[in-house]
Design a protein around this ligand. Sequence first.
Ligand SMILES: NC(=O)c1ccc[n+]([C@@H]2O[C@H](COP(=O)([O-])OP(=O)(O)OC[C@H]3O[C@@H](n4cnc5c(N)ncnc54)[C@H](O)[C@@H]3O)[C@@H](O)[C@H]2O)c1
Length: 428
Amino acid sequence: MKVAVIGTGYVGLTTAISLAMHGHEVVGIDLVEAKIKMLRQGQSPIYEPGLEEALAAVLQQGVLTFTTDLLEAKESEVLFVCVGTPESADGTADLSYLLASVSEIGTLHRSVPRARTVVIKSTVPVGTGDRVAGLLGDCKSLFVVSNPEFLREGNALVDALKPSRIVIGANHDEAKAVMERLYDGIAAPRVLTTRANAELIKYASNAFLATRISFMNELARLSTVLGTDILTVAHGMGLDSRIGPDFLRAGVGYGGSCFPKDTIALLQLAQEQGVSLNLLDKVRQINRTQPLWFLQLVKNAIPELKGKQIALLGLAFKPDTDDIREAPALAIIEELQRCGASIRAYDPIASSAVQKIFPGVSYCGTPAEACQGAHAALLVTEWKECVQLPWDEIYANMAHPALFDGRNAWPVKEVREAGFHYTGVGRS
Ligand SMILES: NC(=O)c1ccc[n+]([C@@H]2O[C@H](COP(=O)([O-])OP(=O)(O)OC[C@H]3O[C@@H](n4cnc5c(N)ncnc54)[C@H](O)[C@@H]3O)[C@@H](O)[C@H]2O)c1
């Protein structure tokens, strides 16, 4: 099928490549010329494992092209909308990019009418699909579908090629049939439902995952006081098939482009309907305070941070991505700087993005370099480069051998044997 993907960020680019790999003829469209130029040359503007190799393959096969001109999508039977829906000042989802894109689709359709399905992949509040359908109401043979995306950054291509489920919110049988044809050959459970249900499935999924994380983080605070081990507790909990092992890791809090903005957008959506989501409100509050709670562990050990050197290992909001949106590292840097500490940071990919926000941090080429002369080293993102370390060398070069493991990922026995003082999140 001929498919257009509007917006070539984390979701759009991955979607475009995976659809091309599944045999569709895809055109990727973005406003940003520099991005399109890079993509045409086979360079990915974002870091995702395997993405650039896959991009090169589909470009070579001629099944994926890129443009800034929506007119090049005039032949496309399916148009995916994958533009950003960031948080507005009041916490609601900012739909301005989405509505601008929809308006451009309307203009295209009115000048070149043909059967088309507009698929909203961006995460949008319940009712947005109906609103878009209303805006395009005069466009004959045009259907609007909600098809939320569940990919995880750092694993995006694998998730797009083998999704956990395909949720299709369509209010017309014709549109459902188009989507079935599009995803034919992809083995994944289907949820065929209304647009509104599909929209809520996305928000509910992210809110629930955020809830699990905040639950474990709050429990880790208790575990720290009790002297119990949150990793063992999580393991014991996760063996219950009703609970399952995923998203039970205590740490420095969740970040990224989705959980923070989607939880506040869901809260705002509920509030507009006169419903209070008290639990979700607490989930966000726990997450906001988690980096500061973690830093309190550091302050307990080093009451005077002024003039001390602190090594931060990992800056991206999670490993295998360059995305720093809402990364806990940002809150940690801000607080450490407020306390007068000087920071030496390492991240294999995300340093240059963080440098634009915090030019006063020293960015180092290796974790060992970041730890040189440090009074404490903090693991903020569990990149494998930040987890498997030459402990004896690091021990010899730190001013004080204190490790604060914000992801419970360092090998406790090994580092203690090397002579470090180790503190994890909720660990005995
Ligand atoms: N990143 C994730 O892990 C993820 C996962 C699932 C869902 N989502 C949702 O998917 C959507 C996109 O997220 P993202 O992380 O890919 O965003 P992003 O910011 O990485 O990419 C959005 C892209 O859209 C482009 N764009 C904006 N307006 C445009 C227009 N009118 N025409 C063409 N291009 C336009 C931007 O230039 C940008 O390249 C959001 O709603 C997000 O919540 C994201």
